[in-house]
Design a protein around this ligand. Structure first.
Ligand code: NI
Ligand code: MN
Length: 227
């Protein structure tokens, strides 16, 4: 069974039968996530979509707490490596076999600079491919035609984690197209409500997804989703 915990903004934790995988930790700097204690997070692997602070802020601390390794772009893995954090570097099109399944790094259209100004390489998203579940984490991106390649290359996606807040990423109207491009009706929204420019009207957005035959979940911080 897969247990997904939402830690706010774009941060999700996946528990694959005891193996902890954390994506884009931005917790201590997020006032909305102040109830989350990062010292309690169990993660052997940390996936980072790109270098922006609202995705990597707590990665070093959580990696060191857990002796975890980082999976990300070559440049981001190098940057964390200099801080003593282990990692596995990737670039677009690459797939790595891990203890929790195959992880493919796919393109995103965005920017990627690390908190000290170091170039972070190209931003990306991930497709996690396991026997029991397959899902797409878009990362920060606009809608791209490349999303159509995901079901073509990876097969049927069970759910997709898509940004819906707009301004810095695609908005929810683009996310509706993205869900169709990846041929997946089950969407978990992220990158919404954290900052004033990305606040959304939950009822309206969910209704718009429903009208297109899509199911959108907008998790609350700390919420656990079991699938
Ligand atoms: Ni970003
Ligand atoms: Mn972001």
């Amino acid at each position: 069974m897969l247990k997904i915990t939402y830690y706010g903004h774009s941060c999700f934790h996946f528990d694959f039968d005891g193996t902890g995988v954390l994506v884009d930790p931005f917790i201590t700097g997020n006032p909305k996530a102040s109830a989350v204690d990062i010292s309690t997070i169990n993660a052997q692997h940390i996936l980072l979509t790109h270098g922006h602070g609202d995705h990597v802020a707590d990665a070093e601390q959580i990696a060191k707490n857990n002796d975890a390794r980082i999976l990300s772009s070559y440049e981001i893995v190098e940057w964390f490596g200099a801080k003593g954090v282990a990692g596995h570097p990737m670039n677009h099109g690459g797939t790595v076999e891990t203890e929790f399944g195959a992880v493919k790094f796919v393109p995103a259209i965005h920017s990627s600079v690390l908190p000290d100004g170091t170039y972070g390489g190209n931003p990306g998203g991930f497709v996690i491919m396991r026997e029991d579940v397959k899902f797409y984490i878009a990362g920060d991106t606009c809608l791209t035609m490349d999303m159509k390649l995901i079901p073509m290359l990876c097969g049927k996606i069970d759910f997709a984690i898509l940004p819906v807040g707009g301004n810095f990423t695609m908005d929810w109207t683009e996310a509706i197209h993205a869900a169709k491009f990846v041929e997946c009706a089950d969407v978990i929204g992220c990158h919404f409500d954290t900052f004033p420019p990305i606040v959304i009207d939950h009822a309206k957005v969910k209704q718009a997804f429903m009208a297109q035959g899509l199911n959108l979940k907008l998790p609350t911080i700390g919420e656990v989703i079991e699938r």
